[in-house]
Design a binder for this molecule. Structure first.
Ligand SMILES: [Zn+2]
Length: 487
């Protein structure tokens, strides 16, 4: 038994101002056989798991390239085609294989390609032919396209939002691919389009119960896997939207019925699965009034994990204006300010301009005398079992607030981002993070409360204000009744 595994991973926000080019993949780029034994992206977990399973299950793993770029704007044609062709050449050289496992995102868009993953999977299918089994792990914030479904035998999305289950899902995919290759099962996919754009927090009801219920259905009545495709609203593409995906062991009619039943149930939960957004001052007021510490404020619309810059200073300016101290903010993306801090060195005091540079919606930079408290070359943070680069980084203190500056644009996953820069966030009253959901698993154990802030962008907080031109219609909430239920 020979299984080929590779990974290509980025999430494209077609509204974001920062282009994704080949250089954007340089930080997380591993030639075959050189990837470490821990995941470096959620998608790379597939290769790490496949390695373990090759040893325990006794199959031969042929490794391809593993690479990922932090979410940003549309990928250049050259970057996508270069990485695609590299992986496809490796697959060709690996033949014959019985199975192909790809760790993907599912919302990668390149110039000339609305559906990079569909294109990659279709090319892989062309190379291996109809008999070889192909599967992929996907981020729930993907666009589940007909091309992807036609080319792959089995697709599995992470169930948790903040994607902390990437190891389990990778393990499931490897198991299903091996069973398919041995002729034990024949996976078929059923999809139901909920015709909606929405956000889903799986850490609280009603979504927690929904995810637990679909998990309990797996392994019964021929159901192999069930995924909620959340969809990704930051892309103007023809296959955007929330969908239910059910993989059965050749029980298409049952899968279709179940996908529709669960999809209609999910449609009934629309608008109820996220949380209220506060203004910066409302958030700060509530944090200060909360007994105990820390209170975590998520600057959730400036989330590098959604392709945005992560350098908005709006909340920090309010904290400085209000004289708030005993707080940490991080990470702000500002490679130039990081460079200046490294040049000045630890312990130095200097006048620094930082943040607020990528776009008008990032606010204005902070100009202040700061103390450089720590500088780290090649800093990292943890995300579940993966180690994520934030590039060279610096910690500065400004008017009693500690700020972490990073040079590689990454969302705030985990308290280790601060700790690796010498700051203990659990000891502070207020912790401001740049993330929309992935921070939650890491910060919840230390947080007295978690609040979500709408600091005015850069991304619109109301889907109805996004200037889409190419998404499928009708779709809720732009169209109030897409299923014609007469509501
Ligand atoms: Zn995601």
């Amino acid at each position: 038994m020979r299984l080929f595994a590779a990974s290509l991973h980025t999430e494209t926000n077609t509204f974001a101002p920062i282009p994704t080019d080949l250089e954007s993949f340089a930080d997380t780029y591993y030639r075959p056989g050189t990837h470490p034994d821990h995941p470096t992206t959620t998608a790379s977990a597939l290769l790490v798991v496949a390695r373990r399973r090759a040893r325990s299950d006794g199959f031969t793993l042929i490794e391809g390239t593993v690479t990922g770029a932090h979410p940003a704007g549309t990928t250049s044609r050259q970057a996508y085609e270069t990485l695609r062709d590299e992986i496809l050449a490796q697959l060709r050289a690996a033949l014959p294989v019985e199975a192909v496992a790809l760790g993907l995102h599912g919302a990668m868009v390149a110039h000339g390609y609305d559906d990079c993953e569909g294109d990659l999977l279709a090319h892989a299918r062309e190379i291996v032919g109809p008999r070889v089994t192909i599967g992929a792990t996907l981020d729930p914030h993907c666009h589940m396209t007909p091309t992807m479904l036609a080319a792959a035998d089995v697709l599995i999305c992470y169930k948790e939002n903040s994607h902390t289950d990437f190891i389990e899902r990778a393990g499931e995919l490897v198991t299903l691919l091996l069973r398919t290759a041995r002729g034990e099962i024949r996976p078929v996919s059923s999809v139901w389009d909920c015709r909606m754009i929405d956000l889903f927090m799986t850490s609280r009801e009603p979504m927690r119960g929904f995810v637990d219920r679909i998990s309990a259905l797996e392994g019964k009545d021929g159901v192999l896997s069930i995924s909620v495709v959340h969809g990704f609203s930051g892309a103007d593409v023809p296959h955007l939207g929330t969908k239910m995906l059910v993989a059965t062991d050749n029980r298409k009619a049952h899968g279709d019925m179940l996908a529709e039943k669960l999809g209609r149930e999910l449609y009934g939960l629309r608008g109820k699965c996220f949380t209220e957004l506060l203004t910066p001052d409302q958030g700060l007021d509530r944090a200060l009034a909360t007994p105990g510490a820390p209170v975590v404020l998520a600057d959730c619309l400036d989330n590098p994990g959604g392709g945005l810059a992560g350098d908005s200073t709006t909340i920090l300016h309010r904290m400085l204006a209000r004289g708030i101290t005993d707080a940490v903010v991080g990470a702000l993306w500002d490679p130039m300010a990081v460079r200046f801090c490294h040049g000045a060195g630890e312990g130095a005091r200097l006048w620094l301009r930082f943040g607020g540079k990528a776009a008008p919606t990032s606010g204005v930079p902070v100009d202040a005398e700061v103390e450089v408290t720590k500088v780290v070359k090649g800093a990292t943070q943890n995300f579940a079992s993966s180690v994520v680069s934030i590039g060279d980084a610096a910690a500065i203190r400004v008017s009693g607030i500690d700020v972490v500056l990073e040079s590689t644009r990454a969302q705030t996953f985990d308290p280790s981002l601060f700790r690796n820069l010498g700051i203990e966030p659990a000891d502070r009253k207020i912790v401001v993070v740049k993330s929309y959901g992935h921070f939650r698993a890491g910060f919840a154990p230390i947080a007295k409360d978690i609040l979500y802030i709408d600091a005015g962008g850069p991304y619109p907080s109301d889907i109805r204000n996004v200037s889409y031109a190419r998404i499928p219609r009708p779709i809720w909430p732009i169209d109030p009744d897409p299923h014609g239920l007469g509501l």
